[in-house]
Design a protein. Structure first.
Length: 194
């Protein structure tokens, strides 16, 4: 007897979205060097792939982070914003954070640790958006003439000599990386901020 293959049951999207939201919050809100944060980011990235396989897209590639939401892909005009984008883990993550840390520490005049909101890599490009804090986890001290925020953004590129910071913004209050894709030829998808 030959049986027809059984169709795989579609995953319940509502549960995937709920799990993704939880994992995304832990990924974005955790310390960049904490293994629990890395685990949450890996879980979120796996949920990204499962949602994409279920026909859901995270905004359009041209949307800013605040505009992106999960939604059915619809008529095919939308594409998952994360296509081709990976979240570096382990040693690769540490190398990117260490390279990006130089301008941040120079801009703040003190050692910093990152609470990563986004760390994306597409080919030889990487983008970091993070909140800076003291290495012990306490907020950075503020002065009257200090920066407007403890946020930090950096665009990195890998070449034959390793990773280097191409551009960065210390203490931005807006989307400081707007236009970096056109200025430096980086893919727009690397700048996805959830």
């Amino acid at each position: 007897m030959i049986a027809a293959p059984t169709a795989t049951r579609a995953e319940p999207v509502a549960a995937l979205l709920r799990d993704w939201t939880t994992a995304n919050g832990l990924c974005r809100g955790g310390s960049g060097d904490d293994p629990r944060t890395q685990a949450a980011c890996e879980r979120r990235d796996g949920l990204d792939r499962r949602l994409a396989a279920a026909g859901w897209c995270y905004g359009r590639p041209a949307d800013t982070g605040a505009q992106r939401t999960w939604q059915p892909c619809g008529d095919g005009t939308r594409q998952p914003a994360q296509a081709g984008t990976e979240t570096p883990q382990g040693a690769a993550r540490r190398v990117l954070l260490d390279v990006a840390r130089g301008p941040a520490e120079a801009g703040r005049g003190q050692p910093v640790q990152f609470v990563v909101h986004a760390l994306n890599r597409v080919g030889p490009w990487a983008f970091l958006f993070a909140r800076m804090q003291r290495p012990d986890g306490r907020p950075l001290p503020r002065a009257a003439d200090d920066l407007d925020s403890n946020d930090y953004a950096a665009l990195l590129r890998q070449d034959g000599n390793g990773w280097r910071v191409v551009d960065f913004a210390v203490g931005p209050t807006d989307v400081a990386w707007e236009g970096w894709d056109r200025r430096y030829g980086a893919p727009a998808s690397v700048f996805a901020v959830r």
